[in-house]
Design a protein around this ligand. Structure first.
Ligand code: ADP
Ligand code: MG
Length: 696
C-alpha cells in the first residue's frame, strides 16, 4: 500500500511526478483515498427539452452540430451546440479554448454533464464535463461511473479524471482483501452493520448500485472520524500519563473569603459546574489542558479569577493572557477592583509597559511576590520567569495553538495547568475535532436578568432615523458604540473610512452636548487607553472605533451597538461585537447598517443575526455557510481535512465515532487487547501521513 504510484502499469515517471505535484497522490494508498467527487449514471440521461431552471445539474447526450469561437479578449469563448432528438443546448468554454477545440468534433456523439444555466431562455452549460459517448452494452452492469477531480495541467497531459479512474480500477484489480485488511473491531462492524473495509474502498469507487455506494460512504465516514478521534484521544492520554501535574489540594482562605465576602453575584449553575470540572482536574495530579467555551457575556472571567485564587491558596502564581492591550487593561482593572481588599498582588505586563515598571513586575514574578500577572503576549515571553507558576489562562482566543501552550508548559519544572477560553462559541463538532486534544467545558447559561439584545438591519438610507434613535438613547443616559470594519491591519483605506465615519457621527452629535471617544489601530497604546477609559468612565457617550473593540470589552452602561458596513463582517465577529452591549440591566440594541446592495451570503448572515442571540446557533450557521476550513482559529493543518465526512452534515456519525473512540482509549490506551489489534495495525500503517504529530 505504500508503494509509489509508478509501480502501477501505465504511470511513467513523468506522469507520476505530475500526479504527485497536482493531486498530492504519492502511494497506492493515496490513490485509493483519492475519492470520486460523484458518479455518472450513464443510464440516466436528460432529454434536452425536459431541462428547466429548476434542475441544477444536467446530464445530456447528443451530437455536436456546430463549434464557434466568439467574442474578444476577456469575452473570448468557445461555443458548441449539442443536439439530441428533443432540442439543443449550448456548451461554453472561456478557458482552455484551443485544447477543447482540438478535442471536440462536429458530428461526434458526446456525454455532457454540468451545472445548468439559462441564457435568454435557452439552456446552457459552462465548462461542462464532456466525454465521447459510448452506449452501455446491453445487460452491462456498473452503470455508476466514478468522476474524479483533475486539474487543467493534468488534463492537458491526458490525465483527466477518467484516466485517474482507470488507474484506480487497475489498482483495485491487483489488490486483495489482504492488502486492505479489516481495520475495525468485529463487534463494531456487527453493531453498525458495516460492510468490510476492503469492500467499502471498492464500492466507494466502483459501486454496483447507489445502495452499495451509500454503505461504503457511511462506513468510510465513520472510519475518518473514528481514527481522528482515536488519535486525539491517544495523544491526550499519553500526555496526561507522561506529564505530572501540580496538585491544588485545598480550597483555602483566599477562595473562601472571596466567595463569602466579595463575589458580587451568585454564580450560575453552569459556572459552578465548570469550576467543579476544573477543580477536579487541578486536584488530580495530572496537568490540565482545558478549553472553556461560553457565549459572549456568559461570565468566563469570574471562573478564571476564582481558579487563580485557588492556585494562590495552594502557593502557586497565575498568569492571564489577553489578545489586546485594551482587554488586558480591562481585566487588570476589574480584577484589581474585585480583589482590592484582599491580600493578593495583581500586576500587569504588556508590550508597552515602561522599563521601570516592567523591571519591578518581572522581579515580582521571579521572587513570587506577584500572585496574579495579567497581560498580553508579553507575559509568555522567555524573559518572564516565575517562582512557581501554577495556572495559566488564555482569554478570548481559540487561536492559541499547541506550540504556544508548550511555551507556557516550560514556565515551571512541572507544567502549569492551562485554561483556554474561546472568544465566541465554536460548534461542538469543530471543537471536538480541532481541539480534540484538549478537555472541554462549556458555560451554556447566561447570568440571570439579561435581556436579549434587539437586533435590526437598516440600510444606509435610514441613517437619519438611526441617528435619531441613538440620540434618544443617549438622552436616557446610555452610551453607544459605532464600529467600522477593519479589513486589513492598519490599512490606509480603513483608516480613511473610520475618519469619515467619525466626522459623520460628529456632525450628528456635536460637542459640547456630546463627547466622542475614538480608538483605532494607529494610536499608541496610551492614546487607546485614554480614549477607552473616558468611555468606560462615562466621560464620553459615544465610542467610534474599528474592531479593536471587538473582544471582551465590558461597559455595562453601553446599550446601543451600531455596526457600519455590517455586510463586511463575518458572523462570529458580528456576534462578538453585539456582545459588547446587553451587559447591564438596560434594554440593548444592535443596529446593522449596510449599503443598498448586499450579497446573498451577507444577507443570510444578517438574517441570522436578527433572528437569534444564541452564539452556539450562530456558530453552527457559520460553519454551514463557510465550511470548517474558514472558521477562525481552525486552520491547523491536517486536523480538519476529512475527505468524505462533513462536520456539518455528519454530526451523528461524529458523535457515534467519538463515543466508540473514547471507550477504546479509556479501556486500552496502549492498544494491547486482542480486539484492538486491527486498529493498532491500521494506525501504524498510517503514521507519518498527516500532521498528527504536530498536536502531541
Ligand atoms: P465573557 O464570558 O464574555 O468573558 P464576562 O466574564 O466578561 O463574560 O462577564 C460578563 C459580565 O457578566 C460581567 O460584567 C460579569 O461581571 C457579569 N457576570 C458574570 N457572571 C455573573 C453572574 N453569575 N451573575 C451576574 N453577573 C455575572
Ligand atoms: Mg471575556
Amino acid at each position: 500500500m505504500n508503494s509509489p504510484i509508478e509501480y502501477l502499469t501505465g504511470i511513467s515517471t513523468l506522469k507520476g511526478d505530475l500526479i504527485r505535484k497536482e493531486l498530492q497522490v504519492f502511494t497506492f494508498r493515496d490513490l485509493l483515498e483519492f475519492y470520486p467527487i460523484r458518479h455518472i449514471d450513464k443510464t440516466r440521461i436528460d432529454p434536452i427539452a425536459s431541462l428547466s431552471p429548476r434542475i441544477e445539474y444536467a446530464q445530456v447526450s447528443g451530437r455536436i452540430i456546430s463549434i464557434e469561437i466568439m467574442g474578444q479578449k476577456a469575452g473570448r469563448r468557445l461555443v458548441a451546440m449539442l443536439s439530441d432528438d428533443t432540442g439543443e443546448i449550448e456548451l461554453v468554454w472561456f478557458q482552455g479554448i484551443s485544447w477543447i477545440q482540438k478535442m471536440l468534433q462536429v458530428g461526434g456523439q458526446y456525454l455532457v454533464f454540468g451545472k445548468l444555466g439559462f441564457f435568454m431562455n435557452r439552456p446552457q452549460i459552462a465548462h461542462p464535463e464532456i466525454e465521447v459517448y459510448t452506449p452501455q452494452k446491453a445487460g452491462g452492469k456498473a452503470c455508476l461511473e466514478p468522476v474524479y477531480p483533475s486539474t487543467e495541467k493534468l488534463k492537458t497531459k491526458g490525465l483527466n479524471g477518467r484516466a485517474i479512474g482507470k488507474f484506480t480500477h487497475a489498482l483495485l484489480q491487483i489488490l486483495s482483501e489482504r492488502d486492505l485488511p479489516e481495520n475495525l473491531p468485529q463487534d463494531l462492524i456487527t453493531r453498525y452493520k458495516f460492510i468490510s473495509h476492503f469492500e467499502a474502498i471498492r464500492q466507494i469507487h466502483f459501486p454496483v448500485s447507489e445502495k452499495h455506494y451509500a454503505h461504503a460512504l457511511r462506513r468510510l465516514k465513520f472510519e475518518e472520524f473514528f481514527f481522528a478521534q482515536l488519535r486525539l484521544g491517544l495523544v491526550r492520554t499519553a500526555r496526561q500519563r507522561s506529564s505530572k501535574g501540580l496538585v491544588f489540594s485545598q480550597v483555602g482562605l483566599l477562595f473562601n473569603d472571596f466567595f463569602n465576602a466579595y463575589l458580587p453575584f451568585e454564580l450560575t449553575g453552569a459556572q459552578k459546574r465548570v469550576l467543579k470540572e476544573i477543580r477536579k482536574d487541578t486536584g488530580s495530579g495530572r496537568q490540565m489542558n482545558r478549553l472553556l467555551q461560553g457565549d459572549v457575556g456568559s461570565g468566563k472571567t469570574i471562573v478564571a479569577l476564582m481558579m487563580m485564587l485557588i492556585a494562590a491558596d495552594n502557593g502557586y502564581q497565575s498568569v492571564m493572557m489577553a489578545p489586546t492591550e485594551i482587554l488586558a487593561q480591562q481585566h487588570f482593572n476589574s480584577i484589581s477592583e474585585l480583589l482590592k481588599d484582599m491580600p493578593v498582588c495583581v500586576k500587569m505586563l504588556t508590550g508597552s509597559s515602561v522599563t521601570k515598571e516592567r523591571r519591578s513586575v518581572l522581579k515580582g514574578c521571579e521572587d513570587g511576590t506577584v500572585h496574579i500577572l495579567i497581560g498580553t503576549h508579553a507575559v509568555i515571553e522567555g524573559k518572564v520567569q516565575f517562582r512557581n507558576l501554577g495556572f495559566a489562562i488564555i482569554d478570548e482566543q481559540h487561536k492559541f495553538g499547541v506550540a504556544q501552550r508548550a511555551q507556557l508548559w516550560k514556565k515551571n519544572h512541572t507544567p502549569p495547568h492551562v485554561l483556554v477560553m474561546t472568544a465566541t462559541p465554536i460548534p461542538r463538532t469543530l471543537a471536538l475535532t480541532a481541539y480534540g486534544d484538549l478537555d472541554y467545558s462549556v458555560i451554556d447559561e447566561l447570568p440571570p436578568g439579561r435581556q436579549p439584545i434587539h437586533t435590526i438591519h437598516r440600510f444606509e438610507s435610514a441613517r437619519p432615523q438611526v441617528m435619531g434613535f441613538v440620540k434618544e438613547e443617549i438622552q436616557k443616559g446610555r452610551q453607544v458604540y459605532f464600529v467600522y470594519p477593519l479589513i486589513e491591519e492598519s490599512s490606509k483605506l480603513d483608516y480613511e473610512n473610520l475618519m469619515k465615519g467619525f466626522e459623520e457621527v460628529k456632525s450628528f452629535f456635536p460637542e459640547p452636548a456630546y463627547w466622542i471617544s475614538m480608538v483605532h489601530g494607529r494610536q499608541t497604546a496610551e492614546q487607546k487607553d485614554t480614549n477607552m477609559q473616558r468611555f468606560v468612565k462615562g466621560d464620553t457617550q459615544i465610542m467610534v472605533s474599528t474592531t479593536v473593540i471587538e473582544v471582551g470589552v465590558n461597559v455595562p452602561n453601553a446599550s446601543v451597538m451600531v455596526i457600519e458596513s455590517a455586510e463586511k463582517f463575518g458572523l462570529s465577529q458580528l456576534h462578538q461585537l453585539r456582545g459588547r452591549v446587553g451587559r447591564g440591566a438596560e434594554k440593548s440594541f444592535c443596529i446593522l447598517l449596510t449599503g443598498p446592495k448586499i450579497s446573498n451570503d451577507a444577507r443570510e448572515r444578517l438574517t441570522i443575526m436578527v433572528a437569534t442571540n444564541d452564539g452556539f446557533r450562530i456558530a453552527e450557521k457559520d460553519l454551514e455557510i463557510r465550511g470548517p476550513g474558514d472558521i477562525e482559529g481552525t486552520k491547523q493543518s491536517g486536523l480538519l481535512n476529512f475527505k468524505l465526512a462533513s462536520l456539518v452534515q455528519d454530526k451523528a456519525i461524529l458523535e457515534a465515532a467519538r463515543e466508540v473512540a473514547l471507550k477504546v482509549v479509556e479501556e486500552d490506551p496502549d492498544l494491547i487487547l486482542a480486539e484492538h489489534l486491527r486498529i493498532k495495525t491500521y494506525l501504524q500503517g498510517q503514521t507519518g501521513k498527516t500532521a498528527w504529530s504536530k498536536i502531541s
